[in-house]
Design a protein around this ligand. Structure first.
Ligand SMILES: Cc1cc2nc3c(=O)[nH]c(=O)nc-3n(C[C@H](O)[C@H](O)[C@H](O)COP(=O)(O)OP(=O)(O)OC[C@H]3O[C@@H](n4cnc5c(N)ncnc54)[C@H](O)[C@@H]3O)c2cc1C
Length: 423
C-alpha cells in the first residue's frame, strides 16, 4: 500500500490497452489509491477491429462496432476523477513524457504502449470518429454491392475471411482471391488448415489464384502517406473503391479482370512515435526491421534497458504471430501490469524523480517474471467464411461448430468487447 501519486499513461484503447486499464484500476483499489491513469486513444470511441470483416457486409453489425469510452472509468457507478480519457494521436515519446498531435504533453511514471496494427489498404481501421467509420463502411458496402466481379488481393486471415463473407452474401458475383504464396492464410497455420479453407472457398464458387502477386496500379496503396484520416483524405486516397472494369497484372504475367479490387494485404504496426526516444545503442533499434514491431523483453518491457518503465503489449510488440490475437493481447496486458506493480512496489517511480541510476538499479531489483508466450498462446484458430462456415484447427472447436452451428465465430467477439467497455 502506498499513497504516492503515480502517473500511468496507456496509449491505445483496444483489447490490450483497455485490459491494462481494468487491471490498473483494480490495483488502485487494493494498493495504490493515488494511481492516476490516462488513456490516450486517437479515436473518439473503441473500434471493434476484430469484427471489421462482418461490418463490411452487415450494416446492423457495423452499427454496434463503435463503443464510447464513457463507461470505462466507472468506479461503483461513478466516474473516477483520478482517471481520464484523452482523445489524441500519440506523436512522440520522450523519456518521461509523451507529446500528442497538436502539441499537448503528458508526463508519466509508467507508459504502456498498446497501439496495435492498422491495415493501410482498409482505411476503416484508421477512422477517427464513429461518423467517419460509418461513412467508410457505407462506401465500401456500396462498392461491393455494385461490382459484379471482385478480386481480393492477399489471402491472409483478413483476406480469406472477407472473401468468405462477400461470397456468402453475394453468391452470384464472380469472386477471385489472389495470393503471393502457394497456400492460403498465414504461414504459421498448417497445410491442412489452408487446404480446408481452399476447398470451402472453392465450393462457394470462389476462384483461387495461388503464387500470384498482383501488381498495384499505385505502389502508394501500401503506404499510409499521411496521418490525416479525414473523409476527404480517404476519398482522395481510396481510388480502389471506385467500381469500374479493370485488368490487373500479376508478377507471373497473367491478367485478372474485375470491377473492384480489394487489397487486404499490408498490415502495419503503429510505431512512428518512437523516433524521438533516445536509443541506448543505435545497433539495437526499437523496432524489428523485418516485422516493424516493437522489440520487447520477456517481461514485455522495451528491449532497450534504459526504459524499464515502458511496456509494449498486444499486436504492436515483437512476440510471434501466434500471439497476435485478442486473447493474447488481454493476457499480455495482465502480465505487463503485474510487472509494473513489481516496479511500483520497488518504488521505481519514486526514485526516477531523484536519479536515473537509482531508478535503474531499483528496476533491476524488482522481481519481474517473463511472459510465457508458448504456455498462453492461442490454441484455437477460427477463420469464419461468412455466417455459416468456418475453418478451425482443433477437435474441440470443430465439435462446437457442429453442435452450435457457427454462432460463436460469427460474433467476432463483439459481446466480449461490449463487456470490456462496461456496456
Ligand atoms: C479481421 C480480424 C479478425 C480477427 N479475429 C480474431 C478472433 O476471432 N479472435 C482473436 O482472438 N483475435 C482476432 N483478431 C486479432 C485481434 O483483433 C487483434 O489481435 C487485437 O485487436 C489486438 O489488440 P491490440 O489492443 O493489441 O491492438 P488494436 O486492436 O490494433 O488496437 C490498437 C489501438 O491503438 C490505437 N492507436 C494506434 N496508434 C495510435 C496512436 N499513435 N495514438 C493513439 N492511439 C493509437 C488504435 O486506434 C486502436 O484503438 C482479428 C483481427 C482482425 C483484423
Amino acid at each position: 500500500m502506498s499513497n504516492r501519486e503515480i502517473h500511468i499513461v496507456v496509449v491505445g484503447g483496444s483489447w490490450a490497452g483497455v485490459t491494462a486499464i481494468h487491471q490498473l484500476m483494480e490495483l488502485s483499489h487494493i494498493a495504490y489509491p493515488r494511481l492516476l491513469i490516462t488513456l490516450v486513444e486517437q479515436r473518439t470511441h473503441y473500434f471493434h477491429k476484430t469484427g471489421m470483416i462482418r461490418g463490411l457486409v452487415d450494416k446492423g453489425y457495423a452499427n454496434q462496432m463503435f463503443i464510447p469510452y464513457t463507461r470505462l472509468f466507472l468506479d461503483g457507478g461513478i466516474s473516477n476523477p483520478n482517471h481520464r480519457f484523452v482523445c489524441a494521436r500519440l506523436k512522440h515519446i520522450y523519456s518521461n513524457f509523451i507529446e500528442v498531435e497538436g502539441g499537448g504533453r503528458l508526463f508519466f511514471d509508467y507508459l504502456i504502449l498498446a497501439t496495435g496494427t492498422e491495415y493501410a489498404s482498409l482505411p476503416v481501421t484508421q477512422s477517427s470518429t464513429a461518423e467517419e467509420c460509418r461513412f467508410m463502411y457505407q462506401t465500401m458496402r456500396e462498392a461491393i454491392e455494385m461490382a459484379e466481379s471482385i478480386l481480393f488481393v492477399g489471402a491472409g486471415a483478413v483476406g480469406v475471411g472477407m472473401c468468405g463473407e462477400v461470397a456468402e452474401m453475394f453468391p452470384k458475383k464472380k469472386i477471385t482471391i489472389a495470393h503471393a504464396r502457394e497456400k492460403l492464410l498465414n504461414p504459421d497455420l498448417s497445410n491442412d488448415f489452408a487446404k480446408e479453407a481452399e476447398q470451402k472457398l472453392r465450393k462457394m464458387g470462389v476462384e483461387i489464384r495461388l503464387g500470384e502477386t498482383v501488381i498495384p496500379f499505385e505502389p502508394s496503396i501500401y503506404s499510409k502517406g499521411s496521418s490525416t484520416t479525414s473523409i476527404l483524405h480517404y476519398q482522395h486516397q481510396q481510388k480502389q473503391w471506385i467500381v469500374r472494369p479493370q485488368v490487373l497484372t500479376t508478377t507471373t504475367g497473367s491478367k485478372i479482370e474485375c470491377d473492384l479490387a480489394i487489397w487486404t494485404a499490408g498490415s502495419r504496426p503503429n510505431t512512428d512515435y518512437l523516433k524521438t526516444l533516445m536509443l541506448s545503442n543505435p545497433n539495437y533499434p526499437y523496432v524489428d526491421p523485418e516485422t516493424g514491431r516493437i522489440n520487447v523483453r520477456p517481461t514485455l518491457q522495451l528491449a532497450d534497458p534504459r526504459y524499464p518503465n515502458i511496456f509494449a503489449v498486444g499486436d504492436v510488440n515483437s512476440l510471434p504471430l501466434s500471439e497476435k490475437y485478442a486473447t493474447s493481447a488481454v493476457n499480455q496486458a495482465k502480465h505487463a501490469v503485474q510487472c509494473l506493480k513489481a516496479l511500483m512496489n520497488e518504488c521505481y517511480d519514486f526514485r526516477i524523480k531523484m536519479s536515473v541510476e537509482m531508478a535503474i538499479e531499483s528496476a533491476q531489483r524488482a522481481p519481474l517474471h517473463p511472459y510465457f508466450a508458448t504456455a498462453k498462446r492461442q490454441k484455437t484458430v477460427i477463420v469464419a467464411l461468412g455466417r455459416n462456415q468456418e475453418v478451425t484447427n482443433t477437435l474441440f472447436a470443430r465439435f462446437n461448430s457442429w453442435a452450435w452451428g457457427t454462432k460463436r465465430g460469427r460474433k467476432y467477439l463483439i459481446d466480449k468487447a461490449q463487456k470490456m467497455l462496461n456496456y
